[in-house]
Design a protein around this ligand. Structure first.
Ligand SMILES: Nc1nc2c(ncn2[C@@H]2O[C@H](COP(=O)(O)OP(=O)(O)OP(=O)(O)O)[C@@H](O)[C@H]2O)c(=O)[nH]1
Ligand SMILES: [Mg+2]
Length: 221
């Protein structure tokens, strides 16, 4: 009982920081995306192949969450976009305070998008608001088509799902039928983009959707 109350208080405190941070992002007309997946589904690879296209039109910054190492931030820095690394030192998700600290290190007057790569985990990040405009869940073919049914919270809360590593479909027993039936039941409004990030297939529709998500139609005040 006590444990449940503590958890609720933590989430409420987090939501309040997230609410204030969202006001700050809104005032700067910055669209914020929270990218969530289990380890290795392809979040960083998706960013490596999406950002070079996105920065032809927009200014993009990245916040990289990892338990340890700056490896993902190093990969993103090669794209010549501003990137701030958060090492959670063991925590299995980012929280709004961590994002606030990271945002304070960024030039918010010169950004249209902030994309947050959350810590690789399909459970904990789902319940922590990070002042994002959309959670995007990445599921890879190798993980299996039963994941939306087994981990429904993130699939309920996400506005879009990247179904990644579509190139592996012929070599797996992933059932697109099962996947789409479960999504229809769990979150029929969620957009699904079938992608192979490494081969850059399926990226156009995903990037169009991202543009459509822009706050203030992408116009800076
Ligand atoms: N076959 C195939 N492999 C991919 C694809 N996208 C990513 N990978 C590979 O999947 C592995 C993990 O990719 P990452 O982008 O590092 O995954 P991640 O979700 O960022 O991982 P964490 O940050 O550790 O949670 C790498 O070896 C990628 O090359 C894809 O579309 N097809
Ligand atoms: Mg990564």
């Amino acid at each position: 009982m006590t444990q449940i109350r503590v958890e609720t208080n933590i989430l409420q405190a987090n939501d309040e920081v997230a609410r204030q941070l969202k006001e700050k992002f809104r005032a700067k007309s910055i669209t914020v995306i929270n990218l969530i997946s289990s380890p290795g589904a392809g979040k960083t690879t998706l960013l490596e192949h999406s950002i070079p296209r996105l920065i032809k039109k927009y200014r993009v910054g990245v916040i990289e969450g990892d338990v340890l190492t700056t490896r993902d931030a190093d990969r993103i820095a090669k794209l010549n976009v501003p990137v701030v690394q958060i090492e959670t030192k063991g925590a299995c998700h980012l929280d709004a305070n961590m994002v606030l600290k990271a945002a304070n290190q960024m030039d918010l007057d010169n950004l249209d998008f902030i994309i947050i790569e959350n810590v690789g985990n399909l459970v904990c990040p789902a319940t922590f608001e990070l002042a994002e405009d959309a959670k995007v869940v990445v599921l890879s073919i190798a993980e299996g088509s039963d994941k939306p049914a087994k981990y429904p919270t993130i699939f309920t809360r996400a506005k879009a799902c990247i179904l990644n590593k579509m190139d592996l479909l012929p070599y797996s027993n992933f059932s697109l039928d099962e996947f789409y039936q479960d999504i229809k039941r769990i979150n029929p409004q969620m957009k699904v983009f079938e992608v192979a990030a490494l081969r850059e297939t399926g990226l156009d529709s995903w990037l169009e959707w991202l543009e459509g998500m822009m706050v203030n139609g992408g116009q800076k005040d």
